[in-house]
Design a protein around this ligand. Structure first.
Ligand code: FES
Length: 109
């Protein structure tokens, strides 16, 4: 049975995510890109760029945006919206770190 968005699931240990980089995981059958920021915060968004499926986990990331590696559209990690004149929106998933474990919720209803 699939979990609603407000149910977070254990995905990985926080140290499995290199600081300043992304990794792709499957959560409830959904590909999710996780980013561990230099501040220690972790973000979770859909893994495939809405433009042409670029792997967002391979993009450059800072505290607030990820840049798709294929055509360089930047997406706000809080709202999911493209910035800087780009088009499209990515799903932003609830995510938190508890006792060193990254927990993510994916809305699959
Ligand atoms: S595939 Fe991401 S901007 Fe084109």
């Amino acid at each position: 049975m699939n979990a609603p968005a407000d149910v977070l699931q254990d995905v990985c240990r926080v140290e499995d995510l290199p600081v300043g980089e992304g990794r792709t995981y499957v959560v409830d059958g959904e590909q999710v890109a996780l980013f561990r920021h230099r501040s220690g915060r972790v973000s979770a968004v859909q893994a495939a760029c809405p433009h042409a499926g670029g792997p967002l986990a391979d993009g450059q990331v800072d505290e607030s945006v990820v840049i798709c590696p294929l055509h360089l559209t930047a997406f706000d990690l809080a709202t999911g919206e493209a910035t800087g004149g780009g088009e499209g929106t990515i799903a932003v998933h609830p995510c938190r770190v508890e006792a060193g474990v990254v927990r993510v919720g994916v809305d699959v209803r």
